[in-house]
Ligand binder design. Sequence first.
Ligand code: NAD
Length: 358
Amino acid sequence: MKAKITLLPGDGIGPEIVDATRQVLEAVERKSGHSFTFSTHLIGGIAIDETGVPLPDDTIVACRSSDAVLLGAVGGPKWDDPTAEVRPEQGLLGMRKALKLFANLRPVKLFRGLESASPLRPERLRGVDLVFVRELTGGIYFGQPKGKEVRNGLRTGFDTMVYDENEIRRIVQLACDVARKRRKRVTSIDKANVLATMQVWREVATEVAKKNPDIKLDHQLVDSAAMRLVTEPASFDVIVSGNMFGDILSDEGAVLTGSLGLLPSASLGEGKLGVYEPIHGSAPDIAGKGVANPLGTILSAAMLLRHSLDLDEDAKAIEAAVQKVLDNGLRTADLSGGQRSLGTTEMAYAVIAAIEGA
Ligand code: NAD
């Protein structure tokens, strides 16, 4: 397998964790005989500093002509002014738009040995292994009309929640495809008891389920799903939802494991090209110190192999290697509770050793 991978380190700890992850991918290359070509491009604050824009044209060209994109993080205090016309996160949004990425995947898996990092009791956490599939480009965040105006002398804000059947069909189908490689269960989140948009959502989701008879799809209202996520998180396999509900529930899901530095994500579109990144930000407080946890980015690389390159076995090898280093008691500072910890590069080397030893 030959593949072109675009690296977008971005800001803060981005360059450190992306470099560590590139080394892990090179270990996969050596072990499996694949050939990956890496090219590095600008995005975010550093791109603003060097080119004046957060997403230079050559970055878009490079992403479009590659098989997959691995991103670190963007942003930091230097560019944090919310009123500035040019901001780092415009780079991310612009890239999702340019690459037509409509789905965000966030797996939440509890790694053995990290139970104590979670705010939940260990018995509630046993077996947690779920994936959020969130619609990324539609719904109330983008629906028109939206605005602020004075109505009858009162300041009034309004937004529009809108989904057409094509948008619903493609995200629910993607969730079924994801479930097919897992435990084959999809929970579709809606608010069909109140919102017309969500009645259409439920209707279309039911139709998609009929076309995927090997997948068991159930429906759940967003409010009760929020409760079930903390009371029985292990009962979920794949959770599919619209943009806003997914935004909220996936952050609730992220705290289940208690370890921000360990969670990967993928943004996908119609084709195989995807953008893979850890869910955390650029962590400016620890940037440049060599102590950032690279595992969220390394696990994002596993998702890259699985979803963009169809290299499921290699993805599993990375995930098993991460579990192995954790089983061996190795921790970066964010998870060590003040005990001895590894730096970013040392942690990546430990994962590489586990891959090579497997
Ligand atoms: P953050 O995720 O960067 O950091 C929150 C806390 O978690 C910090 O204490 C940080 O040190 C720690 N942390 C995060 N990742 C870690 C890792 N890999 N290893 C060890 N510790 C880690 O969130 P924030 O502080 O709210 O945001 C910082 C900047 O990142 C802001 O400019 C924000 O806009 C940006 N941001 C970017 C993205 C993205 O690029 N997708 C996402 C969220 C925030």
